[in-house]
Design a protein around this ligand. Structure first.
Ligand SMILES: [Zn+2]
Length: 186
């Protein structure tokens, strides 16, 4: 059961979020996930905002721009985030990655869009996944609770791989890309 061992507060029916490991649904469905009720619900338009002016920093419609709530300067973090984003997620209205990217230094937040991440095509990502200092945010059966994890800060900084998509998209990406099963799951 993929739902087992997920972090507290997360829900098996949703996609990926960042702050607390929760997953957020609402993504246009795609051919691989027919029959998923949550995908069907996600099909309902959340907001028809594509033609409205959007903020260039947080990518949200200007009326609901969140920039006043974001730090003015990028946060000084040592951890590097690798966000592997399902292509459908890129066009969603409720975009969380631009918010995250707006808060972090450019070299600490890398967004890779796609479904298949082979070692050949993504050698850098594969090398990151092989590092013992890399964790992947995925609530699978083998996942450890982040709070219970003993982190070794004496070595190089940690990398965190985050799969951004609905729950079923994230599950598909996790199981079809062997490199994502190399890091410790959290
Ligand atoms: Zn903004």
């Amino acid at each position: 059961r993929a739902e087992a061992g997920q972090p507290a507060g997360s829900s098996a029916s949703s996609g990926t979020d960042f702050g607390d490991g929760n997953l957020v649904a609402c993504c246009p469905p795609e051919e691989e996930e027919e029959g998923d009720t949550f995908e069907k619900l996600a099909e309902l338009p959340v907001e028809r905002s594509e033609r409205r002016p959007t903020c260039s920093r947080c990518s949200r419609p200007e009326k609901v721009c969140l920039c006043p709530f974001l730090p003015v300067n990028p946060l000084n973090v040592s951890t590097c985030l690798y966000i592997v984003q399902h292509p459908a997620e890129e066009n969603r209205v409720l975009r969380t990655v631009p918010l995250l990217a707006a808060c972090l230094p450019e070299d600490k937040c890398k967004v890779l869009i796609g479904r298949r991440f082979s070692e050949d095509r993504y050698p850098e990502l594969a090398a990151v996944c092989r590092s013992p200092q890399t964790l992947i945010l995925y609530p699978g059966a083998e996942a450890a609770n982040l709070e219970e994890l003993t982190l070794d800060h004496s070595d190089s900084p940690y990398n965190v791989v985050i799969i951004d998509g609905t729950w079923s998209q994230a599950k598909d990406m996790f199981y079809r890309n062997s490199i994502f099963r190399l890091p410790k799951q959290n």
